[in-house]
Write a new protein. Structure first.
Length: 624
């Protein structure tokens, strides 16, 4: 049983008992980190983090940009402890034992002890325990003078893990581990004949080199074929760069592991410690640098929406029949497999083809914390208004981590336009990621602030993707099917801005039939007063409350003059600004407005046919 509580100071905590084995493992990990910090850290903090990941499974120090680069390149798996690491450890243990004359059953038994000790020390996961159990099965058979077929060892390892931890079946790490193992086994079996024929036709040295290259490519191809849907489902990413990069990344990982192990052993010797640390750094740098191939050829990797269950079923069913079938059945399954592969890689949602004629408008206000992001959908058109972000910048990439999955869940694969109402980080923060993943046909902006770094980054990204950027100005009207978008603000600027201003926000009025939705950005009461005479007097009126419910907005003049029936406030739970303020809520309550808030209700969805509204939030299916 575990009890949790809080204390005011660490001085109030006294350990009564400790598990000696756990403490010993923690001490070993601490020694490893200290040795790596001493001899690898001075060369590069990234190399130190890579070495810690490869040696003890601690990936917390790997920078986000390095993690993203390795994932995009398809080589992130090499810094996750798995079969390769266990194989190197086992081979090293067997070699050292052989040097001192310990072989056979005794050597196998001592190797088991080394492997168990390693698995106890490292930060364990499905890949570690799978490889450990397979190795234990193999060496245990050696102890009793038997041989263990690979399939039996793999199946036994999977069964034991699922018995002990059945929820691992839904763990991407578990799926990738056993998927990769299955692919390697089958790839090796089918490639054996090809390699045997090659060796008979070439010289021994050349045959050895070509055999290694071909075996690696075949193994990578098999692994990519099996794991591509898993990667798309778990990480929203597919890549083909790993087919080539594994030729460098896998050997580099082996050097990192061996050299990092040497660092921990010889850390007390300055000369040997420096040499081992430098070798570790060079190998880790080569591993990380190999991912730059994707930067040079970005088409090798892509972000994609998670495929549907039925598409996964078609993919794996066709792959299984293609591998096991014969004749015309194999040809037919290969065609079906390629179609499913194209659908996954392209992100095509076949179930939504032909749905563009629906006569309704949907406004989705996403829960992005203390920020703004809304999706307007109508008749096959999709407009994203703002992209969230942290109020002062930094933090997670909301566009990549929050908005992209939310848009994919709604079946959105591309955008007609992306509107950035103004340059504050809580409106602009996810724009680059959204532009990369959804390639909007155009980007709309308000008044640009020269030398504003986040805006300049978006401009560079749009130029790279060949997305035109157009300003929106008061008086313009845009049509998306039957929906009319009226730009109420800002007017053309008469002076150059030196900083981002809330009052420069683009204000849109969405008019469809008897319904008008006013999307206000972060404007203040002065701008509300200026646009009031130009607002539509539709029968049903929806207000996106300006500036997250700040007291400077949602003035009595606007509320009394336009009298919305529905108001939506986008703000973060427990935010430091106190949004929405009590006075704004009081003003809304005084005119009988139904208020929905993302901090309290989560995502808000409003759908209209032009005559009535249907509303729902994350916490309530129907909102009255």
């Amino acid at each position: 049983m575990t009890l949790l509580d809080r204390v005011k100071s660490p001085a109030d905590v006294r350990a009564l008992t400790r598990d000696e084995l756990d403490q010993l493992a923690a001490d070993v990990r601490a020694h490893v980190r200290t040795a790596l910090a001493t001899w690898v850290g001075p060369h590069s903090a990234v190399s130190e983090a890579i070495a810690a990941a490869v040696l003890i499974g601690d990936r917390t120090g790997v920078p986000d940009d390095t993690r993203d680069a390795l994932q995009a390149a398809g080589t992130y798996h090499v810094i996750a402890i798995s079969g390769g690491n266990i194989a190197i450890l086992a081979a090293g243990a067997c070699g050292l034992l052989a040097l001192v004359g310990v072989r056979g059953r005794v050597g196998a038994f001592l190797t088991i002890v080394v492997i168990i000790a390693f698995a106890t020390v490292v930060t364990a996961g499905p890949s570690v325990w799978r490889a450990t159990l397979m190795a234990l099965a193999y060496f245990a058979a050696r102890v009793i003078d038997q041989r263990t077929p690979v399939w039996q060892a793999t199946t036994a390892a999977a069964a034991i893990i699922l018995v002990l931890k059945p929820l691992d079946l839904d763990d991407p790490g578990f799926l990738m581990t056993f998927g990769a193992t299955t692919a390697l086994i089958e790839g090796a079996r089918r490639g054996a004949g090809l390699l045997a024929g090659l060796q008979n036709k070439t010289r021994p040295t050349a045959a050895l080199i070509l055999s290694w290259i071909i075996a690696t490519v075949i193994a990578s191809l098999a692994v990519e074929a099996v794991l591509l849907p898993v990667s798309a489902s778990a990480f929203s990413r597919v890549t083909s760069a790993g087919l080539v990069l594994n030729l460098l990344a896998v050997p580099a990982m082996g050097v990192v592991q061996i050299a990092a192990m040497a660092v921990t052993i010889v850390s007390e010797s300055p000369l040997l410690g420096y040499a081992a640390g430098w070798t570790t750094h060079v190998a880790a740098s080569a591993l990380v640098s190999s991912a730059d191939m994707v930067k040079a050829a970005p088409w090798l990797a892509a972000r994609v929406p998670p495929p549907s269950v039925w598409l996964l079923s078609v993919y794996y069913g066709a792959l299984l029949v293609m591998v096991a079938g014969r004749g015309r059945l194999r040809i037919a399954s290969a065609s079906l497999y390629l179609a499913a592969l194209v659908a996954i890689v392209s992100g095509t949602d076949v179930t939504r083809i032909g749905r563009g004629a629906e006569s309704s408008v949907t406004l989705t206000v996403f829960d992005v914390g203390q920020g703004d992001s809304m999706l307007l959908e109508t008749g096959g058109h999709a407009l994203l208004i703002d992209t969230g972000g942290a109020p002062f910048g930094g933090g997670i990439d909301v566009g990549r981590r929050v908005l992209a999955p939310a848009l994919w869940t709604r079946g959105i694969r591309s955008l007609d336009a992306l509107l950035v109402t103004h340059g504050d980080p809580d409106h602009l923060g996810g724009a680059v990621a959204i532009a990369d993943d959804f390639r909007p046909r155009q980007i709309w902006e308000g008044i640009r602030v020269p030398r504003h770094l986040p805006t300049e980054e978006l401009i560079r990204d749009a130029a790279r993707l060949r997305i035109p950027i157009a300003p929106l100005r008061a008086g313009e009207t845009i049509r998306l099917g039957a929906v009319q978008l009226r730009v109420l603000h800002p007017p053309p600027p008469d002076w150059e801005r030196r900083r981002v201003r809330n009052d420069d926000s683009v204000v849109l009025e969405v008019v469809y039939g008897d319904v008008a939705m006013l999307l206000t950005g972060d404007i203040s009461a002065d701008i509300e007063h200026a646009i009031l005479p130009h607002l539509s007097r539709s029968r049903i009126r929806v207000l996106k409350v300006a500036h997250h419910g700040s007291r400077t907005s949602s003035s009595s003049a606007l509320l009394e003059g336009w009298r919305p029936q529905i108001a939506v406030i986008s703000c973060g739970r427990g935010n430091r600004f106190g949004h929405p303020t009590a006075e704004v809520l009081q003003r809304l309550e005084s005119i009988g407005v139904t208020v929905m808030r993302t901090d309290r209700d989560g995502q808000v969805t409003i759908e209209t046919d032009g005559h009535s509204l249907r509303m729902a939030t994350f916490t309530r299916t129907n909102y009255e």
